[in-house]
Design a protein around this ligand. Structure first.
Ligand SMILES: NC(=O)C1=CN([C@@H]2O[C@H](COP(=O)(O)OP(=O)(O)OC[C@H]3O[C@@H](n4cnc5c(N)ncnc54)[C@H](OP(=O)(O)O)[C@@H]3O)[C@@H](O)[C@H]2O)C=CC1
Ligand SMILES: O=C(O)[C@@H]1CCC=N1
Length: 277
């Protein structure tokens, strides 16, 4: 299992997150015939097969049997009911399990899969679709260095990845990256709405806002200085930007962000409690 693109990857669940990773991998040159997606209905599978050329099946067990790595990408609420029936297949084939689910602890997954399984918990995000994903990775004690390296190669093909030392670190990554594309979409949505209220068309406001977000993120990624300094460089003393920034600060943006990210993280802990048994 040393060369990542020689392994077969099975995705159990082919929704938003799996679709983003699969799309990102195929666009980056990953062999489509070594990716198999499984779910009960054909609607999403047909689109993935037609647009990306991957293999599909309605039978989760067939997907597990074909794979070196099985990515669990169903909703946390149904994870137990999806994994338990696959236990015999997991025990027979012993693939590496990679779960992208929020909240579900590794020891629950291991128990449902029959025990003694190598499991990575991965917290990706949907920009993986455009190879700009950011993932957190946590491995249980049974994951070999080779399996870690392959997992890393897969997630790095669709963005960047960072290993966390404890499983709790995955909940931090949910707040910082997994859920975070939605925070930026919200900010863009609010800016576009404010632009429309000024009389700018939705189309023009969207183009300007999205390009600005892309430019700001690209600068932040490429710059030698931190984001606070980049912000300062836009804020001409006595100018326009500082009025906007003062207004955000007066409205308590930092408290709002801190509160929102903690609500996100707390929900991951609640989900672990609710769905772990
Ligand atoms: N969306 C995101 O940004 C992120 C999501 N995640 C995690 O990814 C996981 C999936 O989330 P997301 O992609 O948003 O959810 P989706 O609902 O889009 O995807 C889940 C898919 O699983 C399918 N499914 C339902 N039952 C089964 C079954 N028995 N066997 C196989 N597949 C089944 C669903 O099909 P159908 O719709 O027909 O029921 C659906 O297509 C979650 O655990 C979430 O925590 C992690 C990081 C980011
Ligand atoms: O909202 C959720 O629960 C999932 C996990 C991270 C992003 N989406």
């Amino acid at each position: 299992m040393s060369k990542a693109d020689s392994v077969t990857l099975a995705f159990i669940g082919a929704g938003n997150m799996a679709g983003s990773i699969i799309g990102g991998l195929v666009q980056t040159g990953w062999p489509a015939e070594q990716i198999i997606a499984a779910e009960p209905s054909n609607t999403k599978l047909d689109v993935l097969a037609e647009t990306l050329g991957i293999r599909t099946t309605n039978n989760n067990e067939d997907a597990v049997a074909a794979a070196d790595i099985v990515v669990l990408a169903v909703k946390p609420q149904i994870m137990k009911s999806v994994v338990e029936p696959l236990a015999a297949s997991f025990q027979e084939h012993k693939p590496l399990i990679v779960s992208v689910a929020a909240g579900i602890p590794e020891n629950s997954l291991n128990q449902w899969a029959g025990g003694n399984m190598a499991i990575v918990r991965c917290m990706p995000n949907t920009p993986s679709l455009v190879q700009l994903g950011a993932s957190g990775l946590y491995a249980n004690a049974l994951v070999s260095d080779e399996q870690k390296s392959v997992t890393e190669q897969i997630m790095d093909a669709v963005g960047i990845s960072k290993w966390v030392e404890s499983e709790a670190g995955i909940d931090d990554v949910i707040a910082l990256a997994g859920s975070a594309p939605a925070y930026f979409f919200l900010m863009m949505e609010a800016m576009i709405e404010a632009g429309e209220k000024m009389g700018v068309s939705k189309e023009a406001a969207s183009e300007l806002v999205i390009q600005t977000a892309l430019g700001a993120a690209t600068m932040a990624k490429e710059s030698d200085v931190d984001v606070a300094e980049l912000k300062r460089r836009v804020m001409s003393p006595g100018g326009t930007t500082e009025q906007a920034i003062f207004s955000f600060e007066d409205s308590g943006i930092r408290t709002m962000v801190d509160k929102a990210m903690n609500a996100c993280r707390n929900r991951a802990e609640e989900m672990a409690d609710a769905f772990k048994d």
